[in-house]
Design a protein around this ligand. Sequence first.
Ligand code: G6P
Length: 610
Amino acid sequence: MCGIIGYIGNKDAAAVLMQGLKRMEYRGYDSAGVALIDNNNGIFLHKQPGKIAELKNSLKYNTVSSNAGVGHTRWATHGEPSEKNAHPFVGCKGTFAIAHNGIIENYKALRKNLKKKGCVFSSNTDSEVIVHLIESYYDGDFGKAVRRALSELWGAYGIVVVSSLHPDTLIAARNGSPMIAGLGKDENFVASDVAAFIRYTRDIMPLQDNEMAIISRDEVQTKTLEDTVVSRPIETVDIDLKKIEKGGFNHFMLKEINEQPNTIRDSFRGRILLGEGLPKLGGLQHIAKRLIKARRLILTACGTSWHAALVGEYLIEELALVPVEVEYASEFRYRKPILDNRDVVIAISQSGETADTLAAIKETKKQGAMALGICNVVGSSIARETDGGIYIHAGPEIGVASTKAFTSQVVVLSLIAVFLGSEYCLTKSEAKKILKALTELPDKVKNILDKASFVKKIAEEFNTCQNFLYLGRGYNFPVALEGALKLKEISYIHAEGYPAAEMKHGPIALIDESMPVVFIAPKNDITYPKILSNIEEVKARKGKVIVVATEGDEQMREIADSVIYIPETLHCLTPILAVIPLQLLAYYIAVQRGCDVDQPRNLAKSVTVE
Ligand code: G6P
């Protein structure tokens, strides 16, 4: 949530900050601003509600000459999106400016004290207290003032501070929100995401919690908040610039949906020993014994990753016979879960930065259980905090609605299920069959994507509806939830997902001729006949039925209003195929309704606040 970039060097700081903010717009996009150290005169502040393009257009570049500054793109928590609540904030004397990502929980008490001392506040945010604290503690030592201010904060922060009194220094600090320094030649950067400065440098130094970085043109020094210097190795990141651009697609979301044949392949590449019928999971090797002995697994996540976790529960319980629980990370962290060292908690997170999921991992470790991660972003906080884990290797996901991360998460969960199953109950030939079916998925996904224009037509038919119901059973119940989430996130249509059999316990009351019901009903021996009855129940009440069915299922064509066919695969892998038409359906409906697909209202890609 919120993206921050700081720059110091020889380039035009405004231009560098604007480019960096644009790359981080997925983190929040309701307002934005920059504070530039004006080479001639103090701090130049420019901020407003709206997106980065608007901020850039309204900035008169020739009015300021600056080679250092900080920029911020916001996702509002405290105070509506407006010019006064946009970051950065300056103190009363106008000599310090800060940008903040996170939440300061004790801001009310701090604000009250500062007001008593005569500070005048210009915003309704929690963040503004930070700059007033720094200003009030400043006695000529920039670092000391920042440290003292930070020691009074409760809550989470990633901050960057600039000062016109110290034009050659930026200070960044982190406690709970990501902050990564980028090391260039005669210039340095710091940002919430490396994507913000990747076009200039790939050499990075991620800050750890309770650390700060003192950054000048030619040096980045890291210290603890107790002022002890800590030396951190320089890491090199390997991100292909093309992967964070739209590459000819109208939206990142459409690009990411279309990338799935490759991203699915990348998530199992090098991890399947087909001849031996075994997955090879390097990131779990050192903890494999403990994982195998686990009395239960707890999968914890938020949003789309939580839906992947639900599919994981079905997979692991069926293929490995290991008890699995799935928990919203936000609930897990606060409900006093009972854990011990026989439990293994697996956090699933695309960004690896989601505050609730990270907190769940901390709780897990506190209680002595083992914590593993399934993350996309390499080197992210969750990846670092866990005892082991597996990267999904889906590449940067920029569209706020998660698509390719979901399918890759399910691939990785399938590999874990086969890995554990091979220890307990799966025969070699059963394991081989599943692994082989996994390797066939990319071509099958491609086959579904080739039918996108058909899904687009269905979207045209239903894009004015106000409500949608998504129903699935077994492995495809989580797909129903994910399909509904995709639609509501980007088209703002009210949509709900249910296990199909639950329809009769309530949702059926909603069904009339204006209600489309999307059934995810690939063929299988157990629940297929039941779902056919559910479809009939909807038809009997004049509901409109869209079905995702297995190729060749002619029966569905007879009863449904529209059928989207997916190729046949093992039933346990159907979620990876069945979700693709639902991603496309949501995408086309949202585009046809004129919605901003990549940056839907009120949402953010990376939720680093509770
Ligand atoms: C936000 C995003 C969702 C995502 C969820 C969990 O709400 O908008 O798309 O599923 O966070 O994010 P994570 O990075 O932990 O998977």
